[in-house]
Structures are given as structure tokens and as C-alpha cells.
Design a protein around this ligand. Sequence first.
Ligand SMILES: Cc1cc2nc3c(=O)[nH]c(=O)nc-3n(C[C@H](O)[C@H](O)[C@H](O)COP(=O)(O)OP(=O)(O)OC[C@H]3O[C@@H](n4cnc5c(N)ncnc54)[C@H](O)[C@@H]3O)c2cc1C
Length: 331
Amino acid sequence: MTEEQAPGDSLVDMLIVGAGPSGLYAAYYAGFRGFSVAIMDSLPELGGQVSALYPEKLIFDVAGFPAIKGQDLVDALAEQAASAAPTYLLGHRGEELTVAGDEVHVRTHRGALVRAKTVLITGGIGTFTPRPLPDAEAYENHGLVYFVPHLDDLADLDILIVGGGDSAFDWAVSLEDRARSVTLVHRRTAFRAHQGTVDKVLASSVRVLTPFEVARIHGNHQVEAVDVFHNVTQERERLEVQAVVAALGFTADLGPFTRWGLEQRKRHILVDSAMRTNLPRVFAAGDIVDYDGKVKLISVGFGEAATAVNNAAVVIDPAAHVFPGHSSSVG
Ligand SMILES: Cc1cc2nc3c(=O)[nH]c(=O)nc-3n(C[C@H](O)[C@H](O)[C@H](O)COP(=O)(O)OP(=O)(O)OC[C@H]3O[C@@H](n4cnc5c(N)ncnc54)[C@H](O)[C@@H]3O)c2cc1C
């Protein structure tokens, strides 16, 4: 889901800031409670850390799934959330939050204003930005990518992966059988990735060059080749590739949340057992929250999202009950 839909001037029952697993599940739940819902994320894609950092990895500890690929979990969450017909604002970072009487107003960095009766913050570790490949800006989305949300976009290409961590090696494993060729360069000889994955890549057709760095990208508005160099001997090589996947890590920034007047502990938002923050009408759930005994896991975020939405229900509609009834009794 990359489409952006403007919320207009209408007042939504709940605005969810953060479309990771917690936010997507909360959207479903808000729909189940009969509420109108908007979801905002600074990233262009749904799924938070799962889509951005490990879409191809298997997850073993989500209840009901003995093993599920990260992106498959996100796709299923998005399908489940669709029943709430959410308004998506992707590529919008929530920048300012103001409680104005019975409404909460959130303005995004692109100037959109969302008016909501309640806000649920599911901002995870904050907005994360890929560490850029130096001097390569002109090729961003013209062959150079920092995320690979759809592996098939790179099918049958010659691909250069830059990096020596888990993401770089995960991409190498998942792209090897789709790409025409995969080369991985890393500026050190040691890797920071899971040894099992490193061994798998080293035993595969992927060409691994260390200690190599990118010198220059060539191409007329589109990546056509990349010069790489051995950073000890200075030996240079030209790689004919059409795609570069830069997996140099991310920086996470809580940024805006720290300026919204929310009570915090160790850069997390403090909540009570109903997932209420110190601000009226503002709830929080998932990795972003803290309370005694907090555990940062997808399954815990799901539970917190349900708790938050059901407690927000009585704020949205004072005649409502916190307990929603059983979904199995509906339909
Ligand atoms: C490599 C790796 C492997 C993992 N494996 C597992 C596992 O096996 N099992 C497990 O349970 N957990 C695992 N986790 C942890 C799991 O991914 C997190 O617990 C989960 O993603 C938290 O979900 P969330 O929705 O709370 O936050 P996130 O997934 O972090 O999503 C938050 C979203 O909020 C957005 N956002 C932040 N600030 C703003 C803003 N101001 N405006 C708009 N949008 C904003 C971000 O862009 C992001 O999309 C793993 C994590 C990593 C990094």
C-alpha cells in the first residue's frame, strides 16, 4: 500500500501514528469497534521495522503462526486492517500534536492536518532513515535503493549489495535466485551478520568482495555500472550492474514525539495499564511505550493495541464499553 489518500477536513475517531505491526492491528481493531480510522507513517510502505529491516526473515513467535515470513505477516495485517477502511497517509511524519478540547490535531511535515477524537501512537523506535551511500543521491530510486519491499522488482538484474550486516546478507540470500548476478561488497573483511547466513552466502553464487568500497556510480540517470575499490591495495574494478542495494543500516529518531509533552522514560512514552499517556485522548502501544515489565515483541504490541483501542472506545463514545464483545460472535 503506497497510495496516499488525503484525510480532508473530516474528523476521524482515531488517528494511528505508525503503521508497523502494532498500528496495523490497532486499525483493524478500531474498525471492529465501528470507528473511522486514519493511519500515518513517515515511511512509504506499511509494516514498520518488519518490512524495512527484515521482510524476508522467518518469525517464529507470533501466536498462531509456527513460522511466518516478515512481509507475509505485514500483508496479512494490512488485509485484516482493510476491513476498517482506513485512510492512509504514507510518507507523512507526524510533526506537531495539539490537544484542542474534544479533538487532537496532528500536523505532518508535509503540512497535512488530521483532526481526531483520539490518537494512538505506535511509533516503534521512531522514524528511521537509511544511512546514505555517499555521493549517490542522484541515483536514489533510479537503480539505487535502501529497501527492497518487492524482490521481484529486481528480478533478472545484475545487483550490487553494499554492506556487511544482517540486512545485506539477507538481501543476498533472497535475491540470489531471482537476480542475474549478485555481488556483495563490504569495506571490512569481518561481517556483522548472522554466521549461518554468511556461510550460506559464501557457499552460493554470490560474489563477495572485501575489503571493498564503492568509488563511483555510472549511468545516465539510471545505474549502469559501479566502480568499486579495494581499500588497502586501491585495486579498482568496474561492475556492470543495474541495481544497487545499499544496506548500511538505519538511524532511528524519536524526534517529534519528544516535543509533544508526553511523559517519557528512557526515550519511551510512559503509559498506564489502559495504554493511556499523560495527555488526554492520546494513547500509545508497541515498541514505543514503557511501563514496568514491558517486553518489546510483536505479540505484545498486538495485545497493547487491542487494549489501547478498547480503552479509547469509551473516550470516543462514552456510552461504549471497554470490553468489545467477541469477534467470533459477529457476522
Ligand atoms: C532484525 C529484527 C528482527 C526482529 N525479530 C522479531 C521476532 O522474531 N519476533 C518479534 O516479536 N519481534 C521481532 N523484532 C521486533 C519487532 O520488529 C518489533 O517489536 C515490532 O516491529 C514493533 O512494532 P511497532 O508497530 O510497535 O513499531 P515499528 O515496527 O517500529 O513501527 C513503527 C512505525 O512508526 C513510524 N513512525 C515513527 N515515528 C513516526 C512519526 N513521527 N510519524 C509517522 N510515522 C512514524 C515508523 O516509520 C514505523 O513504520 C525484530 C526486530 C528486528 C530489528
